[in-house]
Design a protein around this ligand. Structure first.
Ligand code: NAI
Length: 338
């Protein structure tokens, strides 16, 4: 590790950590699970970001090699390796943004919920570290099942007295990225100019791409819209099947997470008009956690944009998602309170 150990140092005051507008200063970003299928390409993309000045790579194994490799790239971000629980404090101390892809991925035949027991424990332990060593950092959680791991993280922070709901995000950017790509294909548009709001959660029917509110406006017959919606909801499984036992989406996920991390850093820097969808504590619906378009600013979530109007197909899906999302949230809360 290249950074001073926190042992023996005064813990920073909560408000002393600069998550507010930071002018041109760079950011200290920690990736937990950095040696994994998502962690490695995500760390590469963050190493290329001019906004990152320190990149802390944490994993339980193989971190040194990834860090040595990335450290040879001639960009400004300083890379350091932190391996195993006793180096977690070094990885986190002073971080502005913590991105968490640690955990096990799905194999064919597994649902995101099957991952629950292993990943729930990993997320709880890592978030206890965040609460302790970088309590004001923004946290972007990738580890599945996101519908449950975000409530777990929130409960860990609540118990530690560090919960800031406007700084805790379940990363659903991949659903938006996929929706944009598939809609662009169907409508003959450039994928970069399409924006599909995706609301709800991050598993199966809880992923609700609002195809009636796409920019630019497109009109799809109902059977096409239904097929597209189902493809977006099952897109993760498409990759799991194609990889045939070698894991789930990693490269597209890394790009999506890097896009979300950039949005966080732009917002922390005071850039206006930063909008991304994410799965967060929310009062927009009856569900306590919900993904929707958010305007981000230096203080975190600055505005929950109004939910788009839903057509009949989308309303039907919304009704069908409620029970499943509620159950996943409860599962997370039960785990955290045990
Ligand atoms: P992977 O198995 O390739 O990598 C996971 C990494 O986490 C490994 O390097 C492993 O050593 C590390 N790890 C395990 N326990 C740890 C601990 N206690 N502390 C720190 N690191 C630990 O898996 P992959 O493909 O990178 O997926 C990671 C997670 O991301 C999975 O839970 C997967 O389901 C989820 N995922 C989420 C998506 C989303 O859209 N939010 C999309 C795709 C995957």
């Amino acid at each position: 590790a290249h950074f001073p150990a926190p042992q023996g140092q005064a813990m920073p005051e909560l408000e002393a950590q600069p998550t507010a507008a930071r002018g041109g200063a760079g950011f200290n970003v920690a990736v937990l699970g950095a040696a994994g299928g998502i962690g490695q390409p995500l760390s590469l993309l963050l190493k290329l970001s001019p906004r990152v000045t320190q990149l802390r790579l944490y994993d339980v194994a193989n971190t040194a090699g990834v860090a040595a490799d990335l450290s040879h790239i001639n960009t400004a971000a300083r890379v350091s390796a932190h391996t195993g629980a006793d180096q977690l404090p070094d990885a986190l101390y002073g971080a502005h943004l913590v991105v968490i892809p640690a955990g096990v991925p799905r194999k064919p035949g597994m649902t995101r919920d099957d991952l629950f027991n292993i990943n729930a424990g990993i997320v709880r332990t890592l978030c206890e570290g965040v609460a302790r060593y970088c309590p004001t950092a923004w946290v972007a959680l990738i580890s599945n099942p996101v519908n449950s791991t975000v409530p777990i993280a929130a409960e860990v922070f609540r118990s530690a007295g560090t919960l800031s709901p406007g700084h805790l995000f379940g990363v659903t950017t991949l659903d938006v990225v996929r929706a944009n790509t598939f809609v662009a294909e169907a409508a003959g548009l450039h994928p970069g100019e399409v924006n599909v709001p995706v609301i709800g959660g991050h598993a199966g029917v809880t992923i609700l791409p609002v195809l009636s509110a796409v920019t630019p406006r497109i009109s799809l017959p109902e059977d096409k819209a239904r097929a597209l919606m189902e493809r977006i909801q099952d897109a993760g499984t498409e990759v799991v099947k194609a990889k045939a036992g070698a894991g789930s989406a990693t490269l597209s996920m890394a790009q999506a997470a890097a896009r979300f991390a950039e949005a966080c850093m732009r917002a922390m820097s005071g850039e206006p008009g930063v909008v991304e969808c994410a799965y967060v504590a929310s009062s927009l619906t009856d569900l306590p956690y919900f993904a929707s378009p958010l305007r981000l600013g230096p203080a975190g979530i600055e505005e929950f944009l109004p939910l788009p109007r839903l057509n009949a197909l989308e309303k039907d899906n919304f009704e069908r998602m409620k029970a499943e999302l509620q159950a996943s949230i409860h599962k997370g809360l039960d785990f955290a309170r045990k």
